[in-house]
Ligand binder design. Structure first.
Ligand code: SAH
Ligand code: DHB
Ligand code: MG
Length: 231
């Protein structure tokens, strides 16, 4: 009998169970979050929204940093946007950049339904066009920046994030592990190259103090990097 190949560790049902347990306890869904996820699946958006616990984590980070101006790169259906928008103080705003008009439309619907559309400005187009426009129109500095779009451009997004920052801005970059591909030596996948280059820039940039953490759970093995602008 041929032996079944060993399951990779990060698909362990135990880790998924723990993530579900923590999620249901600490990041419980509600009608608005639920209907956003339902709308996203119904519209067949890729199921790459942040997990509930990562959404809650972003929400708490927005609160800790007392952010009033948040920049998100990569809106999808606005699930992460809802978590962050709920943490904003009165007058707080999120600018969220999205390449795909259809994604942006679905996100607007979800945010409207959640009563948050008045706090969110979704700009449609390639982020590398929207970012210079933001800068030249005098937007920013942002207090909190969440980078979660096409990973190949992460080095450029990090540079723009720095231009749109001040001392004390916190920058989070999602999906820096992606089932471990970040350390697989010969990866020529442009997304992996972009992720590595972005991490190297975070390490080398004297304006940043950075960290990266791996996560396991409902989305398998992944992780995020976080940087504080220190000067
Ligand atoms: N932050 C979302 C998930 C974002 S998925 C959440 O957690 O709910 C990544 C999104 O980035 C997709 O909607 C994709 O269309 C968008 N994207 C990809 N390339 C982009 C680009 N060059 N500029 C702006 N958005 C882009
Ligand atoms: C992918 C993108 C994401 O933002 C994510 O959270 C997970 C996966 C992807 O492009 O595969
Ligand atoms: Mg992501």
């Amino acid at each position: 009998m041929p032996r079944k190949p060993a399951k990779p560790l990060w698909t362990s049902p135990l880790w998924t169970r723990i993530d579900r347990y923590f999620g249901e306890l600490l990041a419980p869904s509600d009608e608005k979050l639920d209907s956003a996820i339902k709308a996203n699946r119904k519209a067949r958006l890729p199921a790459i929204d942040v997990s509930p616990l990562l959404g809650k984590f972003l929400q708490i980070l927005v609160q800790i940093t007392k952010a009033k101006r948040v920049l998100e790169i990569g809106t999808l259906g606005g699930y992460s946007t809802i978590w962050m928008a709920r943490a904003l103080p009165r007058g707080g705003r999120i600018v969220s950049l999205e390449f795909c008009p259809r994604h942006a439309e679905i996100a607007r619907g979800n945010l409207r339904n959640a009563g948050l559309l008045n706090r969110v400005d979704i700009r449609v187009g390639p982020a590398l066009s929207s970012l210079p426009q933001l800068k030249s129109s005098g937007a920013g500095p942002f207090d909190f920046i969440f980078i979660d779009a096409d990973k190949v451009n992460n080095p450029k997004y990090l540079q723009w994030a720095l231009k749109l920052s001040r001392r004390g801005t916190v920058i989070v970059v999602d999906n820096v592990v992606r089932q471990g591909s970040v350390v697989k030596a010969k990866s020529s996948d442009p997304d992996i190259v972009g992720t590595r280059r972005c991490l190297e820039m975070m390490a080398a940039e004297p304006r940043l103090s950075a960290v990266a953490l791996q996560t396991v759970g409902v989305k398998g093995l992944d992780g995020f990097a976080m940087a504080l602008v220190i000067r």
